[in-house]
Each structure stands twice: as structure tokens, then as C-alpha cells.
Design a protein around this ligand. Structure first.
Ligand SMILES: [Fe+2]
Length: 260
């Protein structure tokens, strides 16, 4: 609101009716001028405060970005620690991420977020807590060893719990549920069908596909056709049949592994 006697442009109007509390129009004009000066000072102060606030926000934004980058470095380091410790061949995580993104794009592209990709990278982070004698064992695990191995999804959830600022529910869902089975016989929660988060149902297919198509200490890689046949055989049992069908179509559209 403009002070009395001022126009919209803050210019004194030509004729001013002097209020009764002022003895002369000159007194009144002097008071108006003081008020105007105070308002200008106030406006300048406000502008300076706003400018400082903007600078502060920019600094804060840059710091948050640095923090986010640091968190991501931690995520990648954690993932690489698992890869180094695990028996999987090199680049298993990177391949799983690529396959996972390609398959998710076909099913629901809106699901592709950085957090989904962190889930793909960190799915086995809980293996950090599994003894190497079990993790590196070349042969089949005993029932007791299998029980220990099956704790890795929940250990993973605990490991990433302090990082919830950058890892959302999707990341945690993949870590927790990537060993659930579509028929309900998986672990750790024995979830069944669509009760298993879609992100985990997708990841389960690409993780298994990569495991089958790469050399392991105890067996050679399967041919792509054989791996697909096995995925198909497990559709509705280990895997979501719709996800397997999408994966088959994805495979048909790919000419060579470099196309991923
Ligand atoms: Fe796993």
C-alpha cells in the first residue's frame, strides 16, 4: 500500500490535503519525505537480505550436490567391494544394470530413476556380511551354509539404512526382494506374485540371465538360447511370466551384446 500522498510510482502527488495533526502542509510534506526515505532504506535492506538468501541457497545447493556425489561414490564403492569379494565375473554389476534398464524401459520407462539403478548395483551389498568360506565355496552349499547365505538381502537392507537420503524405497525393495520367487518359495519374506515389487521381479530375471551366461568357477557360461530356455521354464515358478516374455522380446531386438 502506498503511503498517503504518494502515487503508484511513489511520486508525491501535486496536491495534498494536510491532515489535522500537521500544522502546515510543509510539515506534512516533510513527514511524507521521511516516510518515503525510510521505505527506500527498508526496500534496499530487503533487497540485500533477499540477495544474501539467494547466495546462501546457491551455496547450500552446491553443498548438497557435493554431498549427493559423495553418497553416490560410496554407493559405487560398496557395490565394487561386493563385486571384488564375490565369485561373479568382472562387470556383473554393470551388465545387470544395463540389462535391468533395458528391460525396465520396455515394461514401464517411468520406473527408471537413479534410485532404481542404485538398487541394481547394490542388490548384493549384504554379501559383505557373508563369510568368504561360504561366498567363495566352489561347490554346492550345505543347508547350514545356505541359511547363512540367505541372510544377505536383510544384511543389505541394514547396510544401506543410514543412506536413506539418497536411496529410496525402490533401492531397498530390490536389495530385500531380489531372491523372492514368483511362486512364493523365495526368500527372505516368501512373497508371491505381484506382492513382490515389480523392480525386484525385473531384477531377478536379469540377474539370473547374467549368472547363466557368464563363466563361473564351477561351470561354463550357457549359450543365450539355453539361458532363455531356462528362463522360460521358470516363468510362473521362479520368475514373473510377463517379465520373462518382455525379456525374450528384448533379446530378439538385440543383435549383439554391444547393443545393450
Ligand atoms: Fe543376491
Amino acid at each position: 500500500m502506498n503511503p498517503p500522498g504518494f502515487s503508484e510510482a511513489n511520486e508525491p502527488v501535486a496536491r495534498v490535503e494536510t491532515p489535522a495533526e500537521f500544522e502546515t502542509e510543509t510539515d506534512y510534506r516533510a513527514e511524507l519525505e521521511r516516510t518515503r526515505s525510510q521505505l527506500l532504506v527498508f526496500a534496499r535492506d530487503m533487497s540485500a537480505v533477499y540477495q544474501r538468501k539467494r547466495e546462501h541457497e546457491q551455496k547450500l545447493g552446491a553443498l548438497l550436490e557435493e554431498l549427493r556425489t559423495d553418497y553416490l561414490s560410496i554407493v559405487e564403492t560398496l557395490a565394487l567391494v561386493v563385486e571384488a569379494k564375490d565369485q561373479y565375473t568382472a562387470n556383473h554389476l554393470e551388465r545387470c544394470k544395463r540389462y535391468g534398464i533395458a528391460l525396465t524401459s520396455r515394461i514401464d520407462a517411468s520406473m527408471i530413476t537413479p534410485q532404481l539403478q542404485y538398487g541394481f548395483l547394490l542388490h548384493d551389498v549384504g554379501k559383505i556380511g557373508i563369510p568368504e568360506a561360504i561366498l567363495m565355496k566352489p561347490g554346492p552349499l550345505t543347508p547350514e551354509e545356505m541359511t547363512v547365505m540367505r541372510t544377505h538381502p536383510l544384511i543389505g537392507v541394514q547396510i544401506v539404512a543410514p543412506m536413506r537420503r539418497v536411496l529410496d524405497d525402490v533401492t531397498v525393495e530390490i536389495i530385500r526382494h531380489h531372491h523372492e520367487r514368483f511362486d512364493g518359495n523365495g526368500y527372505p519374506d516368501g512373497r508371491k506374485g505381484s506382492d513382490i515389487p515389480l523392480s525386484a521381479r525385473i531384477f531377478s530375471v536379469v540377474d539370473s540371465f547374467d549368472a547363466m551366461t557368464t563363466d563361473r568357477p564351477y561351470r561354463k557360461a550357457l549359450a543365450l538360447d539355453e539361458a532363455l530356455t531356462r528362463l522360460r521354464a521358470e516363468a510362473g515358478r521362479q520368475f514373473d511370466p510377463d517379465v520373462v516374455a518382455e525379456f525374450e522380446q528384448l533379446m530378439q531386438s538385440i543383435q549383439s551384446p554391444e547393443d545393450w
